[in-house]
Design a protein around this ligand. Structure first.
Ligand SMILES: CC(C)(COP(=O)(O)OP(=O)(O)OC[C@H]1O[C@@H](n2cnc3c(N)ncnc32)[C@H](O)[C@@H]1OP(=O)(O)O)[C@@H](O)C(=O)NCCC(=O)NCCS
Length: 426
C-alpha cells in the first residue's frame, strides 16, 4: 500500500495510507489523523472528501463517464428496462431471465397501495408540492408495513426495498391526481414499469386512453438514466439518515426531500420555468446569459454546471437525443430556445473558463413536458428514477461491517467562554 507523509508543525511527520479504487482513483485515508495529530480536515461542500467506498456506480467527471456496476449508462439506457437496471444496481450483476421474471412478479405482487392512502394525500392543502406529498407518502408506508425496512434484519431490509420499488410510482401518480382530478388508477404492473406509471398518471378511466409506445420508451430511458449517481446529495442524505439505523422509509424520505432543492433535482422544474420566462420576455437569450454572468445578479442558468462533470454530462446528451427524436415532428419553441441558449453558453468565455456545461436537468424537463407532465411533477420523476440507487446504496451501507454513524466535525468560530448576564443588566 502506498503512503503519503505529512508534516504537522516542527518535525512531526505522520504517514497516511493511500487507498486506490478499481479505476485508479486514489484517496488519502485520514481515519487516524485526529488520533495521531489532533487535527481534523475542513472541506466545505465535500469537494475533496470521499465519505465511503462503494462498488455501485463509477463516475469520471473529467471524462464524462458514468457506469452502473461497470456497465456504461448509454448501453443500459439502450438495452435495459428500469427494473433490470434496478436489479443490477442492487445485486451487482445483470439478472438472468428467470431472476428478472421473479423480481418483476414480486414487484407486481406488492404494487397495490394500502387503503386510505388516497384520502391522506387529499388532506394536503392545495398548492402542496408533489415532492412534499411523495416524501410524506413514503413515510406513511412504514406503519402499514412494520415487517419491512428494518436495517438490522436482512430479509426485512430486502423486503422494504421491494415494497418501495413496487409502490413509489403509484404513490407519485396518486399524489399528483389527489391534487388534480382525484381519479386513482390502480397499478397495472403487467404493462411494464414505465407504461404502468404513465397509465396511473394520465388514464382518465373513460376507456379511451391509449399508451403511446414512443412515450413508454422515452420514460423507461429517462428512469434508467437517473437510476444512480454515486454519493450525490440525496444519496448521501439516505446514507446519513440510514447510518442512525432509522428504517428504510425514513432514509428514502430524507433522500426525496434532499432531491427537492433547486440546486439538486429541483433544477429540472426551474429549467422549464426559466425557458418559459425567457420566451415570454421576447426570447433574448444574450440578456439572460449576461445576467447569469453578473456576480451581482442572483440569476443562474438552471440546468448548467455540475460539481463532478467538468467536460460534459453524458446524461445530458442522451436526454437531448431522446427529446429531439420525440419532438422531431413538432415545433417546440422551448426546445429551439434551449438549443440556442446551450450553443451560446458553450461559446461564451465565462462558461468555458469555469467548465460549465448542460447537466441532466437541462433537457429532461423538455422531454417530461413532451410526455405530458406538468412542471411541478418533474422532480418527482427524478425521484422515481433515483430510487434504485438510493436502495442499492442503503443496502450496501447497512451490510458494510465498517460503517459507523455519520457525524461530521466542525471548526467552532463562535465566542470563547463568557458568563451569563442577567436580563436586566443587558
Ligand atoms: C450544480 C451547481 C450547484 C454546482 O455547484 P458548485 O460545484 O458548488 O459550483 P459553484 O456554484 O461554486 O460554481 C463555480 C463557478 O461557476 C459559476 N456557476 C456555476 N453554475 C452556474 C450556472 N448554472 N449559472 C451561472 N454561473 C454558474 C458560479 O457562480 C461560480 O462562479 P465564480 O467562480 O465566479 O464564483 C451549480 O453549477 C448550479 O447552481 N447550477 C444550477 C442548478 C442546477 O442545474 N442544478 C442541477 C445539478 S444536476
Amino acid at each position: 500500500m502506498d503512503e503519503a507523509t505529512i508534516r504537522v508543525g516542527g518535525e512531526d511527520r505522520i504517514d497516511l495510507p493511500i487507498i486506490e479504487g478499481t479505476e485508479g482513483e486514489q484517496a488519502l485515508d485520514i481515519g487516524n489523523l485526529r488520533r495521531d495529530t489532533g487535527l481534523v480536515t475542513l472541506d466545505r461542500g465535500y469537494g475533496n472528501t470521499a465519505e465511503t467506498v462503494s462498488a455501485v456506480t463509477f463516475i469520471d467527471g473529467e471524462e464524462g463517464i458514468l457506469r452502473y456496476r461497470g456497465y456504461p449508462v448509454d448501453q443500459l439506457v439502450r438495452e435495459s428496462s428500469f427494473l433490470e437496471a434496478a436489479l443490477l444496481l442492487d445485486r451487482g450483476e445483470l439478472p438472468s431471465r428467470a431472476e428478472l421474471d421473479r423480481y418483476e412478479e414480486e414487484i407486481g405482487r406488492h404494487a397495490a397501495l394500502p387503503d386510505g392512502i388516497a384520502s391522506v394525500l387529499e388532506s394536503f392543502p392545495a398548492g402542496a408540492h408533489p415532492m412534499q406529498k411523495l416524501a410524506a407518502a413514503v413515510i406513511l408506508l412504514r406503519p402499514y408495513l412494520p415487517e419491512a425496512g428494518d436495517p438490522t434484519d436482512t430479509e426485512s431490509a430486502r423486503l422494504g426495498a421491494v415494497h418501495l420499488m413496487a409502490k413509489t410510482a403509484a404513490l407519485a401518480a396518486w399524489s399528483y391526481r389527489s391534487g388534480a382530478d382525484r381519479i386513482y388508477t390502480e397499478p397495472r404492473p403487467d404493462l411494464g414499469y414505465a407504461a404502468n406509471f404513465l397509465n396511473m398518471m394520465f388514464n382518465p378511466g373513460d376507456g379511451a386512453y391509449e399508451l403511446n409506445p414512443a412515450h413508454i420508451r422515452a420514460m423507461e430511458a429517462l428512469l434508467v438514466l437517473h437510476a444512480d449517481h454515486g454519493q450525490n446529495l440525496s444519496t448521501s442524505a439516505v446514507r446519513l439518515v440510514g447510518s442512525s439505523q432509522a428504517d428504510l422509509f425514513s432514509a428514502v424520505s430524507a433522500g426525496i426531500l434532499g432531491l427537492s432543492g433547486p440546486l439538486h433535482g429541483g433544477a429540472n422544474q426551474r429549467v422549464i420555468e426559466m425557458l418559459e420566462a425567457i420566451l415570454a420576455d421576447g426570447g433574448d437569450t444574450r440578456r439572460y446569459l449576461d445576467r447569469a454572468k453578473d456576480r451581482n445578479d442572483p440569476f443562474r442558468l438552471m440546468g448548467f454546471g455540475h460539481r463532478v462533470y467538468r467536460n460534459f454530462d453524458p446524461r445530458s446528451d442522451l436526454i437531448k437525443h431522446h427529446a429531439r427524436s420525440l419532438l422531431h415532428e413538432q415545433d417546440d419553441p422551448l426546445l429551439d430556445l434551449a438549443l440556442q441558449l446551450e450553443q451560446e453558453a458553450l461559446a461564451d468565455d465565462f462558461f468555458i473558463r469555469r467548465r460549465i456545461y448542460p447537466n441532466v436537468d437541462y433537457y429532461s424537463g423538455i422531454l417530461y413536458r413532451a410526455l405530458g407532465f406538468p412542471s411541478e411533477q418533474f422532480t418527482v420523476l427524478f425521484a422515481i428514477g433515483r430510487l434504485p440507487g438510493w436502495l442499492a446504496q442503503w443496502r450496501e451501507m447497512i451490510s458494510d461491517p465498517q460503517v459507523r454513524i455519520k457525524r461530521p466535525r466542525q471548526i467552532y468560530t463562535g465566542y470563547p467562554r463568557r458568563d451569563y448576564i442577567p436580563i436586566d443588566k443587558r
